[in-house]
Design a protein around this ligand. Structure first.
Ligand code: MN
Length: 744
């Protein structure tokens, strides 16, 4: 295990101004926090974060990244939390550690490799700071190096497959070929050790035969280039067992049939020499058409630059050759990390050719997002056809946001999706019953747009129901159709309940007794499949309750209209026309659903009427338009005196109306025309928690000013108290609540 001073020395070697105190504190904190926790190997747990930090010093990362590596498992595996890390090590490191913790939680919840591509995109998108990803990759690399300590074969296999599916390609995506190859090889050794051994044996015997040949060709290239004054370092290289195996699998060919097991890398001093060396090789040997690629003028998105070609080599065999300069080589091996080292160095400032130590720029001036910015700029410029696939993949994840449930389940949504979309994506039932959301611990509205990496907890309530306005707050088709479906279903149920009540009322008002057996007789005659659909049709007004009565009791005579008028009067007196007995408790009245008027087709409030909860109300059924709710005192009801069967007694669903729900009421106020009068009134409204929705002046003279004020209040007692207080105000001469349009 690396000692504290060794780690610090390794960092100060390449970053002389590194914050040693910070590194020391992080080292000590990690060892103390992990205490006597043990790894599967029996080593103390804290050896793991220290090794991870060590891996990252090979990449010459900044102090914050190294400290993050040391602390990366403390939030997840010890009693420490974000706040403690932040107070001890600052916000930057706390955020990085938090980012790594999030990625690790994903790992726990990912099952199988079915979502590998999504998962890679998620990791890229979630790691807001690329350093989070680097720490995560180093973490995985160390875990893979020590994987054989894990006793369960199934578990080893699962981790190896996950590495192969997700982390190795990810390392490749950000250009870290060294990481990628090691991760692949380690995974391969757990997933298919026989195949790996076989290929290694064959490669060893091939190498024995062509080993000298490898050196011979390297030497030939070296001399050829030297003759043309090009200083070069030539490396003959064998492909990795895993990449050979993958090629054998994808092309179904044997090892012997593979032509490009060996490749050569020619490393020169600068970019010009790359093209000069290429010219020399192409003049000397035949080259294979279609295999030449110039990644120098058109770098890959991950920053990789090199010339690739395949030539018919010295002994008439196809030979793959990569030509690049030292900086390009370093980028090819270490990807993103190498971009930092060279950031402030101009071209041709690479130092001694075979000096393997990259120059160390001042770590404090490094801009970690530069690489990402370059990448985005490159996508905008539009790459070659070759990079099209890679581009579209990138754009794919730019179009998506990835969020988590509190248990770490991954939910992927289109860009711009809201917490409401998230709720429906988790489960339709959750969507239908949600009332709010906690996003990263903060309570926020359901319409809040989500960002990558957000953790969302949906708050639910039993009496919650989708509303029509939700349709404008969601982005996904799934949420939209679920909401529509619910609204339609809810409507049908409301209509059916209403229709049933209406038909029973109608029988009663005609002095008959209604029952299901009797009503079933109407089904065949009126062409309905069941009572529910008959009730719904009545509720919607498609079928009149009187017609149903006549259908089942043909000999019954509908009463004369003067008698009917009397019946309407009876209903009205029963309701009490705004005063008298309270019908709230009358079980024969229809409950006005909490959602009435919101998604509105089944039950709506009459226009220009302003009933409030606890006002007496009556419903009038209307053909095709459901039920229109009036305050029982409304003069507009006179119009329906002749049609008592259309009247429905109603009551508010007081038990289920939430305290937050506000209804619109209207006040007619006469104010003494004096400076400051209006502000005195509006202040009173505010004190009462009543919003002014609208205010208009109807009449004005020198002394008085008549106002119509629409207010949002909870219920009748709420507005009554408000009126009482306003009546005592010296600036108000009269105040009156209006529930119906004034009759002329
Ligand atoms: Mn770890």
């Amino acid at each position: 295990m690396m000692r504290q001073y060794e780690l610090v020395d390794r960092v100060t070697d390449y970053a002389p101004h590194a914050n040693e105190d910070l590194l020391n504190r992080a080292y000590v904190f990690a060892t103390q926090k992990h205490g006597d926790q043990k790894r599967a190997s029996g080593d103390p747990y804290f050896s793991h974060p220290i090794e991870v930090a060590g891996i990252l010093t090979d990449l010459r990362l900044d102090t914050a990244s190294i400290a993050t590596a040391l602390l990366h498992d403390t939030i997840e595996d010890t009693d420490t939390d974000y706040e403690e890390i932040e107070s001890l090590f600052g916000e930057e490191i706390a955020k990085l550690v938090d980012g790594v913790t999030k990625l690790s939680r994903l790992e726990l919840s990912s099952e199988g490799s079915a979502h590998a591509e999504n998962f890679r995109k998620l990791l890229l998108a979630t790691a807001e700071d690329i350093r989070i990803l680097l720490v995560k990759l180093a973490d995985r690399l160390h875990n893979m190096r020590t994987l054989y300590f894990i006793p369960s074969e199934a578990k080893r296999r699962r981790i190896a497959e996950e590495t192969l599916d997700i982390y190795a390609p990810l390392a490749g995506r950000i250009g870290m070929q060294n990481f990628r190859e090691e991760l692949e090889d380690l995974s391969f050794s757990h997933i298919n050790p026989q195949a790996r051994d076989l290929i290694k044996d064959r490669l060893a015997s091939l190498q024995k035969n062509s080993g000298t040949q490898l050196d011979d060709i390297s030497y030939t290239f070296y001399n050829l280039l030297a003759e043309h004054d090009i200083r070069a370092h030539v490396v003959g290289r064998q492909k990795s067992p895993f990449s050979i195996w993958r090629k054998m699998q994808s092309k179904s060919i044997s090892l012997e049939q593979l032509s490009d097991i060996f490749g050569y890398r020619i490393i020169v001093e600068n970019e010009d020499d790359c093209y000069r060396a290429l010219g020399v090789l192409h003049r000397q040997y035949n080259y294979v058409q279609g295999r030449y690629k110039d990644y120098i003028s058109t770098p890959k998105l991950n920053g990789y630059r090199s010339l690739h070609t395949t030539i018919i080599g010295p002994d008439n065999k196809r030979v793959e050759v990569q030509i690049r300069d030292k900086q390009m080589e370093s980028v090819a091996e270490n990807g993103i990390a190498a971009h930092w080292w060279y950031k402030d160095l101009g071209d041709g400032h690479i130092g001694e050719l075979f000096d393997t130590t990259p120059a160390s720029p001042d770590m404090e001036t490094i801009e970690p997002f530069q690489w990402l910015r370059d990448m985005v700029a490159q996508i905008r410029r539009g790459g070659t056809a070759e990079e099209f696939l890679e581009n579209t993949k990138l754009e794919l994840f730019n179009d998506q946001v990835f969020c988590f449930t509190p248990k770490g389940r991954l939910i992927s949504l289109p860009h711009g999706a809201t917490a409401l979309d998230f709720a429906y994506a988790v489960h339709t039932q959750i969507g239908n019953s949600c009332v709010g959301a906690r996003i990263n611990g903060r309570k926020l509205p359901l319409r809040t747009t989500l960002n990558n990496g957000d953790e969302i907890e949906i708050i639910r309530a039993d009496d919650a129901a989708p509303r029509e306005t939700w349709l404008h707050q969601v982005k996904t088709g799934k949420a939209k159709s679920a909401i529509r479906h619910y609204l339609r279903e809810g409507e049908a149920a409301t209509y059916a309940g209403l229709g049933k009540r209406m038909v029973y009322n109608s029988f009663e008002s005609e002095g008959e007794t209604c029952n299901p057996t009797l009503l079933e007789r109407a089904l065949g005659v009126m062409d309905f499949d069941n009572l529910e659909s008959l009730y719904a049709a009545i509720g919607r007004g498609d079928v009149s309750a009187t017609n149903v009565l006549q259908a089942v009791l043909p000999e019954h005579k509908i009463q004369k209209s003067d008698k009917r008028r009397g019946l309407a009067g009876a209903v009205r007196s029963l309701i009490g026309r705004g005063k008298g007995e309270d019908i709230q408790g009358d079980p024969s009245s229809v409950v006005l659903p909490v959602g009435a008027g919101r998604y509105g087709s089944a039950i709506r409030f009459a226009p220009d009427h302003f009933p409030l909860p606890q006002d007496k109300i009556v419903g009038i059924t209307t053909a095709g338009a459901g039920l229109i709710v009036y305050p029982a005192s409304s003069p507009a009801l006179d119009e329906y005196s002749d049609t008592p069967e259309r009247w429905v007694q109603m009551r508010w669903d007081m038990d289920n109306i939430s305290r937050e729900r506000l209804f619109q009421g209207r006040l007619l106020v006469s104010v003494i025309n004096r400076t400051g009068s209006l502000s005195a009134i509006t202040q009173t409204f505010a004190d009462f928690g009543a919003n002014i929705a609208n205010l208009s002046i109807t009449q004005r003279n020198d002394d008085f000013c008549d106002l119509i004020i629409d207010i949002e209040v909870r219920d009748v007692p709420h507005v009554s108290k408000l009126i009482d207080v306003l009546k005592g105000s010296s600036v108000i001469s009269s105040i009156e609540r209006i529930t119906s349009p004034q009759q002329e």
